[in-house]
Write a protein that binds this ligand. Structure first.
Ligand code: FAD
Length: 482
């Protein structure tokens, strides 16, 4: 097909569950492409020689390669290309912010809509899950043992990449199920647990061992893993899951949750099916959530599904400054979530029995840009009012949990408690590496995966001394530009 013909094809929309119906259930919102739409979407790709989209992908997927295979309806080849670089494609196809990564760099984005790389990735991953279980042959063992702390996207990716190179990998996970935020944070209606579980199973088939209910820093320390348990290297990928609270009066009232606790109850512990499961969650008719990121969106959309009306998101800046993905905001509004932009909660108010009854909010206006480049929210004097709610959820961010770092002598952390690493992702302790949110601070799934992948190459070099054939993100970016 000539480029002119490709340019004429409009972007293929993905079907979604009807908004009114989905506001009452936890089934996935996006329904995925059918085969013909996927082929048509793939035909829109211009197959650029200097494919900028690859530079926008922290795990370096050969995007034109797998998209071309989809266009030819050769899904075996598409799956082989995609899975050779990405161990969690069903996850990234669903939750990656493609609009600010690969799709932003797509040449078609300059003249309209980019190629739907994320939608195509999801399509191929879902097909491969059904049809290509045979994709991985375990390599000969190297005799080296690596411990990975945490089974989020950074830990799982590092484990998968090390497994591919023949190292014996054991992932230690504090919770009772692997997946990190993918399982306990991101709700079922955006990322079904079965998708994460299937991709974790694939890793296990590659020889990765996952041991749950083990808290590193308590059950074993990092020095114990190296000196007593016989591991040759350790990758720390324990995330940054400690909730931050606003520090306003009333946070000890009954009905106040951190977004982490609220989402963990619902997603990991199945509280939305309480009765069939043991974990309850407070279902209130009026719920307010403070924050403007993906976590806040997930919490407010979850509250809506549990029956809140109104389910209100309170955010102190305007829509333009919201860090949440545009699609999440659109979906939330379609589902009936109320957005109270340029508002800030300043006090949580309780009734005589100590339950939340309202939150006192203040109106804000935008002032000069702050250090983040976003315009600073400035309170408007005398604008306070009460917003009635029985549950109030704080979703303003998370930070590093000091449990592991404080039990690891000699491990350097910065002033915020995040682990310091060198250019090879090695920490101040030889043989101990780190990546993902515990190094970057709260970031994204694909950046955590990029860290896991690059660190696996560094660990391989550390253990075996030989150069790795896998390019790091930085190396592939240099190769593209020179
Ligand atoms: P995590 O995913 O946090 O995994 C760390 C794992 O380590 C956890 O399983 C934890 O239990 C375990 N652990 C912690 N301490 C220990 C210990 N001492 N011993 C053993 N195990 C331990 N990003 C996107 O790209 N798109 C999105 O749509 C998106 N939505 C999000 C929604 C929510 C609700 C949240 C909270 C985050 C979201 N993010 C999103 C961000 C993204 O999920 C994180 O950046 C990413 O998961 C970080 O990966 P990680 O592997 O570093 O850590």
């Amino acid at each position: 097909m000539k480029p002119k013909e490709r340019m004429k094809i409009p972007r293929q929309e993905m079907h979604e569950q009807d908004a009114a119906a989905r506001a009452k259930n936890f089934c996935e919102v996006n329904l995925g492409y059918a085969g013909p739409s996927a082929c048509k979407e793939a035909e829109r790709c211009l197959q650029c020689k200097d494919a900028k989209c690859i530079r926008g992908c922290p795990v370096g997927i050969d995007i034109p390669g797998f998209v071309d295979a989809v266009a030819r309806n050769d899904l075996d080849t598409a799956a082989e290309i995609l899975l050779s670089e990405n161990v969690l494609p069903g996850v990234t196809g669903r939750v990656c912010p493609q609009e600010t990564q690969c799709e932003e760099l797509c040449v078609r984005a300059k003249k309209g809509d980019s190629v739907g790389v994320g939608h195509l990735e999801r399509f191929v991953a879902d097909w491969a899950r059904e049809h290509r279980e045979d994709l991985f042959e375990p390599p000969p063992p190297t005799g080296k043992k690596v411990a990975v702390v945490g089974s989020g996207p950074a830990g799982l990716t590092c484990a998968g990449e090390l497994g591919k190179r023949g190292h014996a990998v054991t992932v230690f996970e504090a919770l009772h199920r692997p997946g990190g935020v993918l399982i306990y944070g991101i709700p079922e209606f955006r990322l079904p647990n079965v998708v994460v579980e299937a991709e974790v199973e694939t890793l296990k088939k590659r020889g990765v061992e996952i041991i749950c209910d083990v808290v590193i820093g308590q059950t074993y320390t990092i020095p114990e893993l190296l000196e007593e348990e016989g591991f040759d290297a350790v990758f720390i990928a324990n995330g940054a899951g400690l909730p931050i609270f606003q520090g306003i009066p009333g946070e000890n009232l009954k009905g106040v949750y951190s977004s982490n606790e609220f989402l963990t109850r619902v997603n990991l512990m199945g509280a939305y099916q309480f009765g069939q499961t043991d974990t309850p969650v407070i279902k209130a008719s009026q719920v307010a959530v403070v924050g403007g990121g993906n976590t806040a969106m997930d919490a407010v959309r979850t509250a809506r599904r549990l029956g809140a009306d109104p389910a209100t998101l309170v955010y102190r800046r305007s829509r333009e400054e919201m860090p949440a993905r545009i699609e999440e905001v659109k979906h939330a509004e379609e589902e009936g979530v109320t957005l109270k932009l340029l508002h800030n909660p300043i006090e949580i108010l309780g009734d005589d029995d100590g339950w939340v009854r309202a939150v006192r909010c203040q109106e804000m206006k935008l002032g000069e840009p702050d250090d983040s480049g976003r315009r600073r929210p400035v309170p408007i004097e005398g604008s306070e009012f009460e917003l009635p709610c029985q549950v109030f959820i704080e979703a303003i961010g998370t930070r590093a949990n000091p449990l592991l770092t404080q039990t690891t002598p000699g491990l350097k952390v910065n002033k915020w408690g995040y682990i310091e690493i060198d250019d090879n992702n090695m920490t101040s302790i030889p043989g101990v590496f780190a990546g993902g949110d515990i190094v970057r601070g709260a970031a994204t799934v694909i950046l955590a995966m990029g860290d896991g992948k690059n660190t696996a190459a560094s660990i391989h070099k550390y253990l075996c001394g030989d150069e790795d054939t896998t390019e790091t993100l930085e190396e592939s970016a240099v190769a593209e530009t020179t």
